[in-house]
Design a binder for this molecule. Structure first.
Ligand SMILES: Nc1ncnc2c1ncn2[C@@H]1O[C@H](COP(=O)(O)OP(=O)(O)OP(=O)(O)O)[C@@H](O)[C@H]1O
Ligand SMILES: [Mg+2]
Length: 494
C-alpha cells in the first residue's frame, strides 16, 4: 500500500522513475529542497519496481527513518549482503532515503557489500542506487569525541556521504527536483531558501518582527526529546478528566528506541495528538495523513467478537480524534508498524526483506510538543518553533520552518539569534559543485589546511551572493551554481 496520497507526478518526478527502472544500472543522486516530493517519488518508484518485478531494497541511515519509509536500516542491508556473495539473482536496485543523515563509512560499507554480493567490481557492484535527500536538512548524528567521530575525522574529510570513496568512484546522475509543493506562498519559499543556505540576518529579522508569540499554537517543535516529553505530560496533567492509558504491544524484534509512539500512551479527552501513520479509507483514498493533528474527543471500547456480537472491553479499541485539517471526527484504530531486516535465502540464493517484528498501537502521539529531529519528513500545518534555547544542529531551523505550509501558521517562542540559522560550509561547498574535491584522497588523509581555504573561499562566494540583489535573483544564481555539469537538466528547470 502506498504511504502517501495519490498525486499526479510532474515530468521531473516521472523522469526519476524512468531512469531508476532503466535496464542499464544507474547511480542516481536525487536532491531537492524540503517539500519538493522526494518521498512521494520514492513511494512511486517502489510501486513501479514492484510492478516490473525488479528485486530491490529500500533503506535509510537510522532505525526511525527506516520505519518511516517502510524500509530497513543500511546496517541491516549490509549485514544480509555480507551473507550472500556472488549470488545468481542479485538485487537490482537499492534506494536510500534521508541520505543527508548517512555518514561516509556507511556508504563505503554498502558499496563494498554490494560488490561482494554481485561479484562485480563496478561501483555498487553494478546495482542501480538511488540516494534521496536534502543535504541542507539534518546531518549524520555523530556523538562528539565518540570512537565513530574520531574514526571519521581520521579517515574522511567530512561526516557527509559525499566524502566516501564510494561517492568519488561513481559517476552520478544528479537530479534536482525543483518544484516545491508543501509551501505555495513565494515569500515563504524565498525565506526558506535563505534559511536553507545559512543566510542569517534577513531571516532572523523577519522571524523576530513577524512570527513571535508567547503561547503555543498548533504543535511546538523543540530541540530536546526530554523537553518535548515533559511538556506533553505536563499539559496532559493539567487537563481535567480521566486519563486513559492506551496500551501497545510488540511481537518479535522491535527496538524500543524505534517505537513511533509510546508503548503505554496516556491520553485524555481534550489531548492534542498527531497522527503518526497514514490511514486509508480504502487502497487509494487517504483518510488521515502522517503529520495531521487534532484533539481527542472520546474513546471507543466496543469490539465485535467472533460470534459477530458487539461487546464492551475494559481497554479502548479506538480513539475518536477531531482532525484540524478535515474538521471531522475520525475513529483511529490500532495499527501495526513493521520492523524489517534483509534476509538471505540459501535455497533461492536471493536476499529479500523479512519482517522481524511488529509494534501495534494506535497511530497517535501526544503532540503539544515534538522534536525537530522527529518532525523531519512531515507536513505540519500549524507550528510553534521553540527558540528559547539555541538550535544545535545545522539545518535544524530549516527543517522546523519547512514543516509548515503557510507563514501565518508558523510562530516562534523566544528570539531567533543569527547562530540559530546554520548551514554546514561543507554542504554549501557540495551544493556549489565542488564535490569532486570533497572526499577521501587516495585512501589517505586530506590536508585540512587546504580544505579550509577551499571552504572559506566558497563560503565567501556564497555570502557575497546572498548579500547582493533581491532574494529571487539570489535563488536563481544559486540554482545555476548547484547545477554542476553532470546534473541532468530537468524539464521546467530555470
Ligand atoms: N506531483 C505532486 N503533485 C501534488 N502534490 C505533490 C506532488 N509531489 C509531492 N506532493 C505533495 O507535496 C508534499 C511534500 O511531499 P514530500 O513529503 O514527498 O516532499 P519531500 O521532498 O520528501 O519533503 P521533505 O524534504 O520535507 O521530506 C506532500 O503533501 C505531497 O503529497
Ligand atoms: Mg521526505
Amino acid at each position: 500500500m502506498s504511504e502517501l496520497p495519490v498525486v499526479n507526478l510532474t515530468d521531473e518526478q516521472l523522469r526519476i522513475l524512468t531512469l531508476a527502472c532503466d535496464k542499464t544500472p544507474k547511480s542516481l543522486l536525487i536532491i531537492g529542497k524540503a517539500g519538493c516530493g522526494k518521498s512521494t517519488v520514492l513511494n512511486a518508484l517502489r510501486e513501479r519496481l514492484n510492478t516490473l518485478n525488479i528485486r530491490y531494497a529500500v533503506a535509510a541511515p537510522t532505525g526511525v527513518a527506516a520505519i518511516k519509509v517502510g524500509g530497513v536500516t543500511i546496517h541491516s542491508l549490509i549485514a544480509s549482503l555480507s551473507k550472500s556473495s556472488n549470488v545468481e539473482n542479485p538485487l537490482r536496485t537499492v534506494i536510500i532515503d534521508e541520505v543527508s543523515m548517512c555518514p561516509p563509512d556507511l556508504l563505503d560499507n554498502l558499496n563494498n557489500a554490494l560488490k561482494r554480493h554481485t561479484g562485480l567490481k563496478a561501483p555498487f557492484g553494478g546495482v542501480t542506487v538511488a540516494l534521496i535527500g536534502d543535504p541542507c536538512q539534518l546531518p549524520p548524528v555523530v556523538i562528539e569525541k565518540s570512537a565513530q567521530a574520531e574514526y571519521l575525522k581520521d579517515n574522511y574529510l567530512t561526516k557527509y556521504f559525499w566524502s566516501s570513496r564510494a561517492y568519488s568512484e561513481t559517476a552520478w546522475d544528479v537530479i534536482e527536483l525543483t518544484k516545491i509543493f508543501r509551501q505555495k506562498d513565494p515569500t515563504f519559499v524565498k525565506l526558506l531558501n535563505r534559511i536553507r543556505k545559512g543566510d542569517t540576518d534577513l531571516p532572523a529579522r523577519y522571524i523576530n518582527e513577524n512570527l513571535q508569540t508567547d503561547r503555543i499554537h498548533g504543535v511546538l517543535l523543540t530541540g530536546s526529546n526530554a523537553y518535548a516529553d515533559a511538556t506533553n505530560l505536563q499539559i496532559l496533567d493539567s487537563l481535567s478528566g480521566k486519563e486513559v492509558i492506551v496500551r501497545g504491544s510488540k511481537v518479535g524484534e522491535f527496538p524500543d528506541k524505534d517505537f513511533p509512539t509510546m508503548y503505554s500512551l496516556p491520553l485524555k479527552v481534550g489531548a492534542q495528538v498527531m497522527i503518526v501513520k497514514n490511514i486509508y479509507k480504502d487502497v487509494d483514498t487517504l483518510e488521515l495523513a502522517n503529520g495531521d493533528w487534532g484533539v481527542v474527543k472520546d474513546f471507543d471500547y466496543r469490539e465485535i467478537d467472533e460470534r459477530g456480537l458487539e461487546i464492551v472491553k475494559d481497554d479502548p479499541t479506538g480513539v475518536y480524534v477531531e482532525c484540524k485539517r478535515t474538521n471531522e471526527t475520525h475513529r483511529v484504530a490500532y495499527t501495526a508498524w513493521e520492523k524489517k531486516e534483509m534476509a538471505y535465502n540459501y535455497k533461492t540464493k536471493t536476499i529479500t526483506e523479512q519482517v522481524v517484528g511488529k509494534f501495534i498501537q494506535v497511530p497517535l502521539r501526544l503532540a503539544w510538543a515534538i522534536t525537530i529531529h522527529k518532525s523531519q519528513g512531515a507536513t505540519i500545518e500549524d507550528i510553534t518553533i521553540d527558540l528559547r534555547k539555541p538550535m544545535f544542529a545545522p539545518g535544524q531551523l530549516y527543517v522546523a520552518m519547512s514543516r509548515g505550509v503557510a507563514l501565518d501558521r508558523i510562530k516562534v517562542l523566544g528570539t531567533c539569534r543569527t547562530k540559530d540559522i546554520q548551514t554546514c560550509p561543507e554542504v554549501l561547498a557540495f551544493l556549489n559543485g565542488f564535490s569532486a574535491g570533497v572526499g577521501i584522497k587516495d585512501g589517505g588523509r586530506f590536508d585540512p589546511k587546504v580544505s579550509t581555504i577551499l571552504f572559506s573561499e566558497i563560503i565567501k562566494n556564497a555570502q557575497g551572493v546572498q548579500d547582493s540583489g533581491n532574494v529571487l535573483e539570489v535563488d536563481e544564481r544559486f540554482l545555476k551554481e548547484v547545477r554542476a555539469p553532470r546534473i541532468i537538466d530537468t524539464p521546467g528547470s530555470v
